[in-house]
Design a protein around this ligand. Sequence first.
Ligand code: UDP
Length: 326
Amino acid sequence: MRVLVTGGAGYIGSVVAAQLLESGHDVSVLDDLSTGHREAVPEGCRFVEGGIRERAADVLAGHGIEAVLHFAARSVVPESMARPERYWDGNVGCTLALLEAMRTNGVARIVFSSTAAVYGEPESAEIGEDAPVRPGNPYGATKAAIDTALTEFARMHGIGAASLRYFNVAGAYAGLGERHDPETHLIPIVLQVALGRRESVAVYGEDYPTADGTCVRDYIHVADLAEAHLLALDACRPGEHRVYNLGNGTGFSVRQVVDVCREVTGRPVPAVAADRRPGDPAVLVASSERARRELGWTPRRPELRRIVADAWDFHTGGDSAGRPAG
Ligand code: UDP
């Protein structure tokens, strides 16, 4: 299939682009490189630098695109709290422009990168897709708004859409790993401490209603997450918008993650108690039963130790371009 990956120079987009190529798809990547890295775009992809509003229609028409996998977005919760307008414009506005470009060019399939942040503070321990959508921050609110738009576009325009709601993605695949600047995610920050690039990791809140008082999250390997995208792409049906949660179904606290990182790296990781981070729910753990049942998806790398070990390989094997050798 001829596919467009928006945000294919970013962490998750680049891994999905790599797997799409491996599966024989013809892959175009559109990315404005605002947060992505040109060298992360897998060799074999056609690369177009630019914004969705400016370039998406040309790329769809010029390359006979049949489906879009849409990753390009702003995704930092604290930034979204400080500057919500950037998120409404950059996430919702750009996605509407993309959907319009798809409509005018007859592209009728989209797989969308959504998030567990749409659920906010959940009511039950394991979150299914039918849990109430009550985002606790503007980032989650914009993703929830796009999910709603996709439902409407499926109903009114007959597109086939899938929203994949990610829990906490980590690990690396084929030399492609997480490199945000500034980094805000827990596992890469802890590994930077292990590498001596930071003095310590701040533990945001130790008074949550969890076993050790720190936040609990469901960590999923980026390669497992990417595989779900290829399955969702195949499962898109005209007029249907499907929603799937993607996680392992097991929660780890911040303290537990730090301990696993200490074990995997064999290095000391000083951890310092800090205030809660605004917008953080206490516990987010997925029920991915629907993805397993309907897509036939099985996470093949569910162990936290493996996820951290692959991220550690990425962080320690990098050459000067920040890209690991093998
Ligand atoms: N966290 C932390 N220190 C950090 C970064 C994150 O204690 O330096 C916590 C954060 O409050 C959350 C968990 O680690 O409870 C996972 O945060 P991350 O930003 O990786 O992902 P999120 O769950 O926000 O998508």
